[in-house]
Write a protein that binds this ligand. Structure first.
Ligand code: HEM
Length: 360
């Protein structure tokens, strides 16, 4: 026997090509699905951000929600009280962890009056010594209006400007709330909410639940909040027509010394809704004061360190884990889309047109 010089194809070459074809087509389909091109009705990050943009207007370089804000800086000083419940390094006793924070107003309009919404927000990035990060975005309200990403989207459509008139249609909002009884606790709170004239005197909460995991591997469901040391009394009232009093008040207070909040963890009891941000837990739940958040500096967001932070609530250190609340994954995806848009735009804006709000 001798070789003829003609090479025979390896066995099953057709099958190999078929497998490669399936992989390529599968990857393309996955990209299409994630991008929302294959199923236009499916909620995609783009659709979330488009609907927020439709309400707040187009403001290149700004966040598509919570657009008006100010950067703050400081540290979290752990007292060790949470060490038994979470193995996160920042909860060890005596550990001081630097934070990059942002105080803001919900809504996509960076020029909105501070009195235009009853809610304020506080976002924090904790930079742990070993390079891990904990990012959280907290709102000053007890519960979220809805439980699911789809309901959040529908809420934006129902309360946003009507394409025909350019103004919100109260009938649409009414129909939405009639079909969403889960919004009852939020609506009840909104009716009596009296937002203070200062960021410093607010309590801000995670609203979504998470898990703490201890050194033995046991996990417990929690929600957290930061509770101010600054008493509400003496807030004063903004002068009539003053639309930017929150940042001015903050800057004045920080010039007089640091502001402090306590990081308080509330633990769920059996039967508490862990994956539903529209349902509050009773105040009587076990709670632990984990230490003090000390804020001692501020910077305008146009050039401050919070500008380029995406406060994605699913960026967590070991010892803190996301719950199954479906809002968390939707938030992560939508914040990334908003971040991509604003940072891309920022890069193309001439210096003079860069965002410069926050003018205390
Ligand atoms: C499906 C539901 C939600 C969607 C689609 C959504 C969407 C967004 C978007 C697009 C941003 C701008 C992000 C950026 O460009 O950096 C944002 C900011 C923010 N959101 Fe949400 N959000 C949702 C639910 C929530 C919930 C439940 C909370 C509860 C606390 C929350 C708190 C915040 C805060 C604090 C910020 C401001 C972060 C900062 O200062 O940079 N959001 N949201």
């Amino acid at each position: 026997m001798h070789e003829t010089g003609k090479r025979r194809p390896p066995p099953n070459v057709g099958l190999r090509w078929a497998i490669i074809g399936v992989i390529v087509a599968g990857s393309a389909a996955a990209f299409g699905y994630v991008g929302g091109w294959l199923a236009p009705d499916r909620l995609s990050p783009k659709k979330f951000v488009d609907v927020l943009q439709a309400s707040g207007g187009e403001h290149p370089g700004y966040r598509r929600n919570h657009a008006k804000g100010i950067c703050v800086g400081g540290r979290f000083e752990s007292n060790g009280a949470l060490q038994g419940d979470s193995r996160a390094a920042l909860f060890a006793p005596g550990v001081s962890t630097p934070v990059v924070g942002r105080l803001a107003l919900p809504g996509g309009n960076p020029y909105a009056a501070d009195s235009s919404v009853p809610i304020r927000s506080f976002a924090l990035r904790f930079d742990l010594a070993d390079g891990e990060q904990w990012r959280t975005g907290m709102n000053a309200m007890p519960v979220f209006p809805v439980s699911t990403p789809k309901a959040f989207y529908d809420l934006q459509v129902a309360t946003g400007p009507d394409p025909k008139t350019g103004k919100p249609d109260p009938a649409k909002a009414g129909a939405f709330f009639a079909a969403h009884p889960e919004a009852g606790p939020f609506l009840g709170w909104v009716k009596t909410a009296k937002p203070p004239a200062s960021y410093a005197t607010e309590t801000y909460g995670s609203i979504n639940a998470f898990y703490l995991r201890d050194a033995a591997g046991v996990r417990r469901a929690v929600r957290w909040k930061v509770v101010p040391e600054t008493p509400a009394a003496g807030d004063g009232f903004p002068a009539a027509g003053d639309t930017d009093y929150l940042a001015a008040d903050l800057v004045k207070r920080l010039a007089a010394g640091p502001l402090r909040w306590h990081l308080v963890m509330s633990f769920a009891a059996d039967g508490d809704a862990v994956d539903d941000a529209a349902l509050a837990w009773p105040d009587s739940r076990r709670s632990v004061d984990a230490g003090t958040l000390v804020i001692d500096s501020w910077q305008a967001q146009a050039d401050g360190p919070c500008r380029d932070v995406n406060y994605d609530p699913t960026i967590l250190p070991q010892g803190i884990e996301a719950s199954g609340d479906p809002l968390l994954a939707a938030r992560s995806a939508a914040y990334a889309e908003s971040y991509l848009r604003r940072t891309r735009e920022e890069g193309h804006l001439p210096g003079a047109a860069r965002p410069k709000e926050t003018r205390p």
